[in-house]
Design a protein around this ligand. Structure first.
Ligand code: ADE
Length: 259
């Protein structure tokens, strides 16, 4: 997968070189490009924002630098697209991801969808957002997803990019050592869909007088699975009852209903 990020704070994205995403990058499973939006300004002050038409507080990001940046990074400016063989079929355009608190919620399902695309371009904004025409214009050439990572307001979209890139990168083939570790995640599709993961334990079997639940040491896979599901159900009912209410009734079995 290829990921490009256009930002006025390239250094904010440095954590992408660390840990899981950094390793995926180093191993060639992910190609990352971070671009300074100010490269596409042409005035002495390298201006990226201006006052909003119609008045109001704050500043709005100007359309010209964003337009030129997106044209160049996505190849719409007539430069050959990376990875497209000369004379070959038209490559898939990137998905443009615009982090904004007024977007659709970024969920595990959205992360799975994005992880199946070959190319994502992130356009995090500062200030009050990007001039609307940039999003509309880009939308004529590529799918655009305006996404929010939660009902709170950050100072800019860069932290949201870090969140989304990490959620997507760990789903890419070969990035996690053990595929089961994301198949069994909270929110992953399957029998545990919509349930929060229950508690986990490792050695030693007793620590500060606290013993690991017997069943986990029993070697009885059926009982262990049942116990894990019960714990997940209890935790979800206590902390996120909305997830249980949203789940189809036939997703629950007879043993679930006894809880
Ligand atoms: N930019 C500012 N707040 C945000 C949020 N909650 N999600 C995504 N982008 C943002």
């Amino acid at each position: 997968m290829r990921i490009d990020v256009i930002t006025i704070f390239p250094e904010y994205l440095e954590p992408l070189n660390v840990s899981l995403v950094g390793k995926a990058h180093a191993r060639g499973l992910l190609r990352l490009g971070v671009h300074d939006l100010r490269r596409w300004t042409h005035d002495r002050h390298r201006t990226v924002d201006d006052t909003p038409f119609g008045g109001g507080p704050g500043m709005v990001m100007k359309p010209e630098p964003w337009g030129e940046a997106l044209d160049e990074v996505t190849g719409a400016a007539g430069h050959p697209q990376e990875g497209s063989p000369a004379g070959g079929p038209e490559p898939q355009p990137p998905v443009l991801v615009v982090p904004t608190p007024s977007g659709r919620p970024f969920t595990q399902q959205v992360a799975v969808e994005l992880s199946q695309r070959p190319w994502l371009v992130f356009a995090p904004a500062r200030y009050e957002g990007i001039d609307r025409r940039v999003i509309e214009d880009a939308g004529t050439r590529m799918p655009v997803r305006e996404l929010s990572i939660g009902d709170y307001v950050l100072a800019g979209g860069e932290a949201a990019v870090l969140v989304m890139v990490e959620a997507v990168a760990r789903l890419l083939p070969g990035v996690l050592g053990n595929v089961r570790s994301h198949q069994e995640d909270s929110f992953a599709p399957g029998p545990m869909a919509n349930l929060l993961e229950g508690p986990v334990y490792t050695k030693p079997p007793v620590w500060r007088d606290r013993a690991v639940p017997e069943v986990l040491l029993s070697g009885h896979h059926g009982r262990i699975e049942r116990w894990r599901r019960d714990e997940a159900l209890r935790r979800t009912a206590a902390l996120r009852p909305d997830l249980i209410e949203r789940t189809e009734p036939d997703a629950f079995d007879a043993a679930d209903r006894k809880l």
